[in-house]
Design a protein around this ligand. Sequence first.
Ligand SMILES: NC(=O)c1ccc[n+]([C@@H]2O[C@H](COP(=O)([O-])OP(=O)(O)OC[C@H]3O[C@@H](n4cnc5c(N)ncnc54)[C@H](OP(=O)(O)O)[C@@H]3O)[C@@H](O)[C@H]2O)c1
Length: 365
Amino acid sequence: MQRALDLAARGLGRVEPNPMVGAVVVRGGEVVGEGFHARFGGPHAEVVALDAAGDAARGADLYVTLEPCCHHGKTPPCTQAVLHAGIRRVVAAVTDPFPEVGGRGLARLREAGVAVEVGLMEAEARRLNAAFFKRVLTGLPLVIAKWAMTLDGRLAAGSGRSRWISSEAGRRRVHEVRAVCDAVIVGAGTVAADAPSLTVRLAPLPEVRPQPARVLLDDALVTDPARPPASTVADAPVLVYTSPAALEREAARADALRRAGCEVIESAEAEGGLDLRAVLQDLARRGMSRVLLEGGSRVFGAFFAARLVDRVMVFVAPKVLGSANAISPVAGPAGLELETALALEDMTATPIGPDVLIEGRASDY
Ligand SMILES: NC(=O)c1ccc[n+]([C@@H]2O[C@H](COP(=O)([O-])OP(=O)(O)OC[C@H]3O[C@@H](n4cnc5c(N)ncnc54)[C@H](OP(=O)(O)O)[C@@H]3O)[C@@H](O)[C@H]2O)c1
């Protein structure tokens, strides 16, 4: 199953919004075929592995990281291929959360006399496909919050300048993550302060993937259509979420943004800004399953306050800013106490160039 999970991971950035899936055919203790789902719309892992095994699949065991599908989607049902190949036993890591499958694939196999086991390395399989599970089960994309800060925990100087806190090596790592995300989200404050391009430039983009969309949270509609990212729609799409009131008040700016090629989207408001859950739901409806939240301080504060962050990715630079009015990373509501602090799990620390990258899980996904 570990081999199947390793194979599955090769589909990262290529199969979404499908899950990554790997499969290994084993006969008499030997691997006789293996495969993975390599691109959206392409053959499923089971079919690739069974094809590779050929006649050796008869009477063999199939290890697969996700329950085989039993419905006609873009390809015929995998259960059919498993039965046709004469597999004796199927070991699946986890059942498919997709409503059209949901245990029915395994049931179909059992009915046909195949021995079925489920749950081997289930936690690892769920984690690998966290974005898929979260979107199918909650209608929200997986949210990865990423920031770079100084050793004294500051996101930017009091002037608002934050270029560059992290090193070139750290920025390359960020671009690798952007390359497998469907969107990069920033607040209007960051757009105004940095005019960031938010595209993938320092890492290769999987050949089947477009640039991630740039999502701007701008309830007052202050984004300048003449500056990046709004002025560079040819590089990657720009979605500007704003409030109904701002759309009325700033109709001319909304038109200018549309003329620049941005999509301006009216969104509900909540306390302190846009209704972030509604924005995420809209992104998921557009097929997005993994998004990178890149700040700034108030936007991070609002996402953490609403418990909408799943993963954290923090670059700590070996610099002490040393200024009392420098901006801290997460400016949520005042007055919170340690008792209510969000506890992260599975923390890791990895040196990246001169920086340390700290990562962890902030939700069950
Ligand atoms: N070091 C890093 O990794 C990093 C990364 C990003 C940014 N930064 C720095 O962070 C600073 C910008 O941070 P910031 O706090 O000023 O701005 P911000 O968080 O980027 O944006 C805040 C804006 O987002 C809008 N917004 C929409 N919905 C919101 C909601 N639900 N909650 C909160 N805001 C919402 C608000 O508009 P309204 O005000 O109209 O309500 C607000 O103006 C800059 O100095 C930038 O350089 C550093």
